[in-house]
Design a protein around this ligand. Structure first.
Ligand code: SAM
Length: 363
């Protein structure tokens, strides 16, 4: 126990831990676990308030927006939790054409977006050169925009070519830093070590890198989450992506319970206090399980929203989990609704690219 906590009662001790995390940006593993275990409403409110205050100091009342383009639901992986896994024969597969992607970018640009996120399943290796050309085309047409990729595991040379073609950021959740837990969520041909290798390459190649987990994935213990915190602390990603696990009825994990919105928000706060200038999205998964999820995420320390820019006719086919929100304020065309929603808590959209390097620590 830190010496500063020797003479305080439990409630004060817990608050003190939050204060230490805010000032020192680090706790030991027992302390992280204590934060995760304590559901006392007064404590949770205090944790969120501190994180929210740090976010406001760092970023003001602006929330960054990223236009999400769901490039493809074709996937060569078979993750047990994911609705677009290759073994799910109930999915109508699509790969957007380059023209469709460029059209979505154009629409997004006109709406004001300055970051495009291309996300999708794991395409076959033969598609690498198509992808590289697509990124290069986006880079040439929209020189003032950031390009983020979330397209899974590739060989180092493909990541390198994508970076050289103009990609700036890469999101690759590690999903679980515990090898045994990881192996329960994924088939034997996937490995935690390759996932981590990919993350290391992405850093070496000077991407702004995001990683993270699903909160409440089957068999995940609080100790596992502490391991994830420890990994993220050492890895120091620029972006931290966390959403609750949500079952998808056609997957092997379709009968497992949905992850907790409360725990997800608690983790937003913990990561905000650890990394004051991190880019932390309040995720679609959180908003899909909780009617006010986006706002709760922001009040807990998140500062990014990723509205959907994909052609509307394909959105239902990118069903990673049941009940995934893709309309209204979750959709790029519902941006006014998002603005109205943000205004209810005194926030607005920050339309800038929102690069990590622009975010300065003042706390
Ligand atoms: N193929 C890429 C990858 O694996 O990183 C990107 C696409 S993948 C569908 C994006 C993320 O969706 C995954 O990292 C995973 O955390 C999340 N996801 C998939 N199935 C989910 C589920 N059932 N509930 C919540 N999130 C899920």
């Amino acid at each position: 126990m830190p010496y500063k906590l020797l003479f305080c009662n439990f409630a004060d001790c817990m608050k003190k831990l939050v204060d230490i995390l805010r000032t020192e940006h680090h706790l030991d593993n027992n302390a992280y676990k204590a934060l995760l275990e304590n559901d006392d409403p007064k404590f949770v409110t205090y944790l969120h308030e501190q994180a929210h205050e740090v976010t406001n100091k760092m970023f003001g009342k602006g929330i960054f927006v990223r236009g999400l383009i769901e490039l493809t639901n074709v996937c060569s992986n078979d993750c047990y939790y994911c609705g677009i896994r290759k073994s799910n024969s109930n999915v109508e597969r699509y790969v957007l054409t380059s023209e469709q992607v460029l059209h979505s970018c154009q629409q997004g640009y006109e709406l004001g977006f300055r970051t495009f996120v291309l996300q999708g399943g794991e395409l076959p290796q033969e598609k690498a050169s198509w992808l590289i050309n697509l990124v290069s085309e986006i880079r040439q047409r929209w020189t003032d925009c950031a390009i983020t990729l979330s397209l899974g595991e590739w060989p180092r040379e493909v990541y390198k070519a994508l970076r050289q073609a103009g990609a700036d950021r890469y999101l690759l959740r590690h999903e679980s830093h515990n090898a045994e837990h990881y192996s329960k969520l994924h088939p034997a041909e996937m490995s935690l070590s390759n996932r981590l290798q990919c993350l290391t390459w992405l850093k070496e190649l000077d991407y702004q890198v995001g990683t993270g987990i699903m909160v409440g994935s089957p068999w995940q213990s609080l100790d596992n989450i502490v391991e994830d915190i420890e990994f993220i602390e050492h890895f120091e990603p620029e972006m931290i992506g966390l959403g609750p696990f949500v079952p998808q009825h056609d997957t092997p994990l379709g009968n497992y319970p949905t992850g907790s919105a409360e725990l997800t928000c608690k983790l937003y706060s913990i990561f905000r206090l650890m990394f004051p200038n991190a880019l932390i999205p309040t995720t679609t998964a959180l908003n899909s399980i909780s009617p006010n999820g986006r706002i709760l995420g922001i009040m807990a320390g998140a500062n990014v929203v990723m509205p959907n820019l994909s052609p509307t006719e394909y959105r239902a086919n990118y069903a990673l989990y049941d009940g995934k929100a893709s309309t209204n304020a979750e959709a790029a065309e519902g941006i006014k609704q998002l603005e109205t929603q943000l205004a209810t808590i005194g926030y607005h959209i920050n339309w800038t690219r929102g690069d990590y390097s622009q975010c300065k620590i003042n706390d």
